[in-house]
Design a protein around this ligand. Structure first.
Ligand SMILES: CC(C)(COP(=O)(O)OP(=O)(O)OC[C@H]1O[C@@H](n2cnc3c(N)ncnc32)[C@H](O)[C@@H]1OP(=O)(O)O)[C@@H](O)C(=O)NCCC(=O)NCCS
Length: 244
């Protein structure tokens, strides 16, 4: 019997993405291979890029527009900020990621979420050995006793990327792997991440969200790892505790 088609897999992945976030978050996931119309400003942002980069960037924008349409805020191009971060419409928070076959985007009104982070990774190949060494270590724990194999290390990497994107609007800082302690529950697809307090930015008008331990979820669909991070407007994170 033939396996699921690419469209069926993308639908399955989009459903998995929904489950990673609270209900007020709207998600979209599109195949990177699809060619969709883009705003001139978005085309211009990658007009000198290699074809693979153009495709992933424009697929990310297509996902962003689909997600924005779902909250009634698809109003114009999603620009590029000075640190590569997407520029969302006023009053909207969101995140974009692309890897392998898919590009995804998540958005929410800022009355619901203070910040969102999305990361998509392909599981194969594993991380290069030097990155694995930097990601793993005492700051990654798996309480149910699973060994920290290549899969667990990739999940920890993806958690840190999602958390980085979620915190960047408040911190404006890059994170080192040692800045984020990660506790994984591989069986339940949950994580808890605690970010070093040194990222508190006293001049920021935002409360120091990096002091909120982030709890979130991840899922694997068709060889892709999807990881979500969300800080709700009230300061709570989305995924509940790792252990009950
Ligand atoms: C920015 C970064 C997270 C992108 O990750 P990636 O694996 O290259 O690619 P992804 O597809 O997951 O995400 C790329 C998208 O993230 C978004 N992004 C880029 N910089 C961002 C930032 N500073 N803040 C929020 N989102 C950002 C963009 O939308 C980008 O896609 P686009 O350029 O096509 O618009 C990563 O390159 C990076 O710089 N990380 C910083 C290091 C770090 O803190 N790592 C965590 C600790 S190990």
């Amino acid at each position: 019997m033939p396996g699921p088609s690419p469209d069926e897999l993308a639908t399955e992945a989009a459903a998995a993405l929904v489950d990673l976030f609270p209900p007020f978050v709207r998600v979209a996931l599109v195949p990177v291979a699809d060619r969709r119309p883009a705003w001139a400003e978005e085309e211009a942002a990658v007009d000198r890029a290699v074809p693979s980069r153009r495709r992933e960037f424009l697929a990310g924008r297509a996902a962003a527009h689909a997600a924005l349409a779902a909250i009634g805020r698809n109003e114009g191009p999603v620009g590029v900020g000075p640190r590569r971060q997407p520029r969302w419409p006023a009053g909207v928070v969101g995140s974009i990621s692309h890897a392998g076959a898919w590009a995804g985007a998540v958005v929410a009104g800022s009355e619901h979420a203070r910040s969102l982070g999305l990361d998509i990774e392909v599981l194969d190949p594993p991380l290069p050995e030097d990155v694995e060494r930097a990601v793993a270590g005492p700051l990654v724990a798996e309480p149910s006793g699973h060994p920290l194999d290549a899969y667990a290390t990739k999940v920890a990497f993806s958690v840190r990327e999602a958390v980085f994107k979620c915190l960047f609007p408040a911190t404006g800082r890059l994170l080192e792997p040692t800045d984020v302690a990660v506790e994984l529950d591989l069986r339940e697809g949950r994580y808890r991440a605690v970010v070093s307090g040194r990222f508190r930015r006293p001049e920021s008008a935002l409360p120091p969200i990096q002091e909120v331990p982030l709890a979130g979820r991840f899922a694997v669909i068709a060889g892709h790892l999807l990881t979500g991070a969300c800080v709700q407007a009230g300061g709570a994170s989305a995924g509940g505790p790792v252990r009950t």
